[in-house]
Design a protein around this ligand. Structure first.
Ligand SMILES: *Cc1c(COP(=O)(O)O)cnc(C)c1O
Length: 240
């Protein structure tokens, strides 16, 4: 398996999905999800031209990210896409450029104070559970369109996070359920985009980024407005 061929295939699929919906491929950033894979594989993807990488565990990132960064002259952009325990928030800030998995006000507050402490402004996305699956992390938002009792406190919580110093909220992230047909997840992605649109209007702040789509569903996510796609297996092959 050649990583470079895989990357070219994924990039072509991104271009095709953009062409189908009249989007500019420049507006979609491919994040190569390198979790479980060694530094050498990340460096192979860097040689193939990729700059954005996603990891989901703090411990693994602490041992991998500095090694990769030291071995390339390219400035890489590291995305934290996995669940973060509050007590790990301090370690996350210096390792990552963007955190996609902010799923509670408590975590947001901790990331905000640690990044302020380190003299930084951290780019974050708010992870939202729009599918309603019990096992998924994220702010509960299934059925938000028709449920004002859910929407009001949710929007209030988001407003509080948007006002935290030390964080810059760039948009929303979601994980779709595992399904047989890619098409079945379209409503999930559409719901996240509509929620983003509603939040922008309600809170009066631009939220340009939508992080949605993985190996099995990224073309549909792009058709529904994804600006970040998080692709692991289609680039690096199956994980152990
Ligand atoms: C592992 C992971 C991905 C990538 O999944 P693939 O199916 O390998 O493309 C994307 N997003 C998150 C949050 C992940 O944990």
């Amino acid at each position: 398996m050649m990583i470079i061929d895989n990357i070219h295939r994924v990039q072509q699929q991104i271009a095709d999905a953009c062409a189908r919906t009249g989007r500019d491929p420049q507006d979609v950033t491919l994040i190569a999800v390198s979790k479980t894979h060694p530094a050498e594989m990340v460096l192979a993807a860097v040689s193939a031209g990729l700059q954005h990488f996603g990891e989901n565990r703090v411990e693994e990132s602490e041992s991998k990210i500095p090694v990769v960064n030291a071995k390339t002259a390219q400035p890489l952009v590291w995305h934290m896409i996995g669940h973060i325990q509050s007590r790990k928030a301090r370690e996350v800030v210096p390792l990552f450029n963007v955190v996609h998995s902010v799923d509670t006000l408590k975590l947001a507050s901790r990331l905000a104070s640690f990044s302020a402490e380190q003299g930084r402004t951290l780019d974050v996305l708010l992870e939202v559970n729009v599918s309603g699956e019990a096992a998924k992390h994220g702010f509960a938002a299934a059925g938000w369109e028709d449920n004002a009792d859910l929407r009001q406190p949710l929007f209030q919580e988001f407003a509080r996070i948007l006002h935290l110093p030390g964080l810059r909220v760039r948009g929303l992230m979601t994980m779709a359920p595992i399904v047989d047909q890619m098409e079945q997840v379209r409503p999930v992605f559409r719901s996240l985009r509509r929620l983003r649109d509603a939040l922008q209007t309600e809170l009066g702040q631009p939220l340009p980024e939508l992080s949605m789509g993985m190996t099995d569903d990224f073309p549909v996510a792009i058709e529904e407005g994804a600006t970040f796609v998080r692709v692991g297996r289609a680039i690096f092959g199956d994980r152990e």
